[in-house]
Design a protein around this ligand. Structure first.
Ligand SMILES: C[S@@+](CC[C@H](N)C(=O)[O-])C[C@H]1O[C@@H](n2cnc3c(N)ncnc32)[C@H](O)[C@@H]1O
Length: 251
């Protein structure tokens, strides 16, 4: 597959007109090695971040969860296990949704006996009824959708009153020294090693750091959630601010 990203489109990948198609083709290409690259390049912190996101959702027994842009299913699996611990996991109570079809069989295989429903669907037109779930989550996905505010409005639509939107997303350390060191790793080292591991030709691991560096900042993310109707917005920075967990409540 020819590269999907070049220096011109990487200057601001969010402004590219066909971002949706590029993102979908890129994730289809890297799906088989996606987990290995995640674990290695985050030193297994990615799973810790997802566990904290589940905690921030403050799940109650019997609640329904939709994990949007579920990828290979890690966050949906953590939610299903949390509901199982509460003794209330029923089939279909956790739904994982992604628009990249090759991600879904990988998720299904990992979930084994957990009764999670995996759906091929778009964050911008969720295949869910109004006010049908208690938690909507999205991990490392909001940055990849073509219109993050439209996705947040969809989250608000499908949540019941009292429901929580949980957004896990990369950010950059606020300390300038740590930020410089991190960006050296993120922009110079990771793209080479992750591309080598995945044998990727699409430019996915050049896109990753540039899409983080050009994405809306924390304040704008909180403002966006507020503009979409969410209240009580919380932000929890993790690992020097490399990753932020946002929570907004629908009243
Ligand atoms: C970086 S991966 C994150 C996967 C997973 N949530 C995780 O924690 O590893 C981003 C995922 O977002 C999905 N995605 C991007 N835009 C989407 C959209 N508009 N609708 C549904 N899924 C989308 C991609 O297919 C990809 O699987």
């Amino acid at each position: 597959m020819p590269p999907l990203w070049d220096p011109a489109t990487l200057a601001n990948p969010h402004a590219v007109a066909d971002k949706r198609q590029r993102v979908q083709r890129m994730f289809a290409a890297i799906a088989p090695s996606y987990d290995l690259n995640n674990r290695l390049h985050s030193l297994w912190m990615d799973q810790l971040w997802r566990r904290r996101a589940v905690k921030m959702a403050e799940l109650r027994g019997g609640e329904c969860v939709a994990d949007v842009a579920c990828g290979t299913g890690d966050l949906a699996i953590f939610f299903a296990r949390a509901l199982s611990r509460l003794g209330t996991l029923r089939p279909g109570q956790v739904v994982g949704i992604d628009f990249t079809q090759p991600m879904l069989p990988l998720a299904q295989r990992k979930a084994r006996a957990l009764p999670i429903a995996w759906l091929n669907g778009d964050a911008l037109a969720l295949p869910l009824a109004d006010q049908s779930v208690d938690v909507v989550s999205i991990a490392f996905g909001i940055r990849n959708v073509a219109d993050p505010a439209a996705a947040a409005r969809e989250f608000h639509r499908v949540l019941r009153p009292g429901g929580r939107a949980i957004i896990l997303e990369f950010s950059l350390p606020t300390n300038p020294v740590i930020r410089g060191l991190y960006n050296f790793y993120f922009r110079r080292i990771l793209p080479r090693t992750a591309t080598w591991i995945s044998r990727d030709r699409t430019g996915a691991y050049q896109y990753l750091p540039e899409s983080v560096n050009t994405f809306i900042d924390r304040q704008s993310m909180a403002q966006m959630l507020s503009d979409c109707g969410f209240n009580d917005i919380l932000q929890r920075p993790m690992t020097f601010g490399v990753c932020i967990c946002y929570r907004g409540v629908k009243n």
